[in-house]
Write a protein that binds this ligand. Structure first.
Ligand code: MD6
Ligand code: FE
Length: 209
């Protein structure tokens, strides 16, 4: 395994997945989306997000007028499908953890979609990292520090790139400013898929009730 590049505490493996591994993941994700269709989430403030979203795993991340949280079921009522084994393999190989993630959040970016600067802090234990896998069109990823006003640095994430946000960077602010729509040929209609793998366990999890 090649050593990752370190940027602002993030560990970055550019081109970790070759085209054949990317295609395999894509077909696995088509099965996920068939069982748990992408939907357009709304922020707690009532704003529609420009990405479409679904999840795989024991828990899925949800946002709606009631807030940000993890749920055991898709908004349409079915349980989330399992995380594809090929995705779990990447998690175990790059994190070195025996513990499997509870959630694989799937974000789909169509033309013009972006994601505002945020922290990932709905999980119960920040000692576990978040692993991100990019597929499809290139996207401008902005990385900051633990405070919203910390200086930021940007990076074009490409299809097959993998990024780990752990340790001191676990609560870093980050977001996607824009896409180079149709810069990749992986998705026939263009667009980008980002997978984020998370351990959710903890007292705030809905599983504890
Ligand atoms: C994206 N990524 O790449 C958005 N979160 O589309 C994230 O929000 C993210 O890349 C946590 C850890 C790594 C990430
Ligand atoms: Fe995030």
């Amino acid at each position: 395994m090649a050593a990752p590049i370190e940027i602002r505490g993030f560990q970055y493996w550019p081109g970790h997945l070759d085209v054949s591994a990317q295609s395999t993941l894509l077909s696995d994700l088509r099965a996920v989306v068939a069982a748990a269709p992408l939907y357009s989430p709304v922020t707690p403030g009532g704003r529609p997000m420009s990405v479409r979203m679904t999840s795989a795993g024991r828990l899925g991340w949800i946002t709606d007028q009631r807030g940000y949280r993890y749920e055991t079921h898709h908004p349409a009522g079915q349980p989330w499908p399992p995380i594809p084994p090929a995705v779990l393999d990447i998690w175990h190989a790059l994190t070195g953890l025996a513990r499997a993630p509870d959630c694989c959040l799937v974000n789909f970016y169509g033309e013009g979609a972006k994601m505002g600067l945020h922290q990932d802090r709905d999980e119960g234990d920040f000692s576990f990292p978040v692993l991100s896998i990019s597929l499809g069109d290139e996207a401008l990823f902005r990385m900051g520090g633990p405070n919203r006003t910390d200086p930021t640095e940007s990076l074009w994430l490409k299809s097959g790139d993998v990024l780990l946000m752990g340790g001191p960077a676990r609560l870093a602010w980050h977001g996607i400013d824009r896409l180079r729509f149709r810069s990749s040929r992986l998705l026939p209609g263009g667009g980008r898929i980002n997978l984020t793998l998370r351990v959710v366990e903890g007292a705030t999890s809905p599983l504890s009730s």
